[in-house]
Design a protein around this ligand. Structure first.
Ligand code: NAP
Ligand code: HSE
Length: 431
């Protein structure tokens, strides 16, 4: 029985996991697909590097041609990262009739529609389960598990690195730089962790989730993004005091036909199931009109969890090969994209202000908010070390993004306000 032949692009954190799972699970793979699976060639950048996994050195190459032009290779697994060079490799792979499995969210968020269309034209599969939330089968959950429902909202912790950092900072008071380094050493962070901490990695994943969940083409440019770098110790302390935990949350929300997609540090009610998702774990909370609320939870980064999703995609490709139905599973988006305006994006907000400590300031601030029809759910004024200043911490009722931004501008222009220290969206405690 002819073995299925794999070309692996990349042998880093995820690539090593793929090698291990394919080796250790041969029996299970054989049982599921009826033939052995063999990795034939592996593309790396540096042929001299000492590798953590045992692979025969003759399998390694630094030329992608050895994989893309080899007619014996049936499936290309891409775990090298990067965008432009990788896009060209994958286009070449499907044009050479090779099925593709990738973990690359940067690539799929930017060029997914083009790559999927080219794969379909060439009767090839292109699967990318590992690109969102590592080991959680969330893409199949949306596309297959919830195929019969209309999804209205997804809230996700979809970046393992930032969740790891925020967990350690809020539970143990660990310093940001130290925990980031730890996340890098554990293989959770991207090679340049800026994409993690600035929210871009999560934004790419939310664009992929929203595209599949809402069946419309959501581009990366449609996602508003804010990362975790400006979160302070004071923010963590106040959020805890008020019954919240700060998480980097991706939100994809649909009201009628209009959608918003965003990523930002968010104060999440401690009673919300996402608040208990810690360390490198990820979770996506999905609201469906018929099913109600569901949550997909699991490890969001790391070698073996991510490789599990990749090898499951490989099994799906091979089952399709056996049935002769490759290249038919990528349904084109059904709906036209209509984005909500800032007037239509509604949320509760947490604000922390430093103001002059004198008679009438509190009243003047509350008047400013009421002029924009923003009312408070919680508000407190506290003394600061500097006797001339005090701190106002408040949580609003739901307000539009536009009204909130107008108020923020007026606060910044107001001579009674020294500084708007922080502003966060608040989620998860709707009555
Ligand atoms: P990594 O540890 O940096 O490994 C990258 C591998 O690709 C290395 O083996 C490297 O070769 C090779 N490579 C990179 N650029 C190359 C080039 N231009 N030509 C040839 N080989 C090249 O990265 P990773 O963490 O495994 O991540 C791989 C992909 O999976 C990325 O798209 C990432 O976003 C995604 N992903 C990662 C995780 C995670 O937890 N790490 C989870 C989900 C998705 P050398 O070994 O010779 O340097
Ligand atoms: N850097 C990513 C994260 C890897 O921390 O979530 C998984 O996509």
């Amino acid at each position: 029985m002819k073995a299925i032949s794999i070309g692996l692009l990349g042998l880093g954190t995820v690539g090593s996991g793929v090698v291990q799972i394919i080796e250790n699970h041969q029996d299970k793979l054989m049982h599921q697909i009826g033939c052995p699976v063999k990795i034939k060639k592996i593309l790396v950048k540096n042929l001299q590097k000492d590798r953590g996994v045992i692979v025969n050195k003759s399998m390694l190459t630094d030329s992608a041609d050895d994989i893309l032009d080899d007619p014996e290779i049936d499936v290309v697994i891409e775990v090298m990262g990067g965008v432009e060079e990788t896009r060209n490799y994958l286009l070449r792979a499907v044009r050479n009739k090779k099925h593709v499995v990738t973990a690359n969210k940067d690539l799929m968020a930017l060029h997914g529609p083009e790559l999927l269309a080219e794969a379909t034209r060439n009767n090839c599969d292109l699967f990318y389960e590992a690109s969102v939330a590592g080991g959680i089968p969330i893409l199949r959950g949306l596309v297959d598990g919830l195929a019969s429902d209309r999804i209205t909202k997804m809230m996700g912790i979809v970046n393992g690195t930032t969740n790891f950092i925020l967990t350690k900072m809020s539970k143990f008071g660990s310093p940001y730089a130290e925990v980031l380094k730890e996340a890098q050493e554990l293989g959770y962070a991207e090679s340049d962790p800026t994409a993690d901490v600035e929210g871009l990695d999560a934004a790419r994943k939310m664009a992929i989730l929203a595209t599949l969940g809402f069946s419309m083409n959501i581009d990366l440019a449609d996602v508003s993004v804010k990362g975790i770098t400006s979160i302070t110790e004071e923010d963590l302390v106040y959020s805890k005091r008020l019954g919240y935990t700060i998480k980097l949350i991706g939100i994809a929300d649909r009201v009628g036909e209009k959608v918003e997609v965003s990523v930002q540090p968010t104060l999440l009610s401690e009673s919300h199931p996402l608040a208990g998702v810690n360390d490198e774990y990820n979770a996506v909370y999905v609201y469906g009109e018929a099913v109600g609320e569901t949550m997909f939870y699991g490890p969001g980064a790391g070698s073996l969890p991510t490789a599990t999703s990749i090898v499951s995609d490989l099994v799906a490709v091979m089952k399709n090969m056996r049935l002769g139905v490759n290249g038919r599973s990528a349904a084109a988006p059904q709906y036209e994209k209509i984005l909500k305006s800032d007037e239509e994006i509604l949320s509760k907000y947490f604000l922390r202000l430093h103001v002059k400590d004198e008679l009438g300031v509190f009243a003047s601030i509350t008047t400013l908010f009421s002029q924009h029809k923003i009312s408070f759910e919680k508000i407190m004024q506290l003394p600061l070390k500097d006797k001339d200043q005090s701190e106002i911490v408040l949580v609003t009722h739901k307000a539009s993004k536009k009204d909130l931004e107008d108020v923020l501008q007026k606060l910044r222009d107001n001579e009674l306000v020294h500084d708007v220290k922080s502003t966060y969206r608040v989620e998860g405690d709707e009555a």
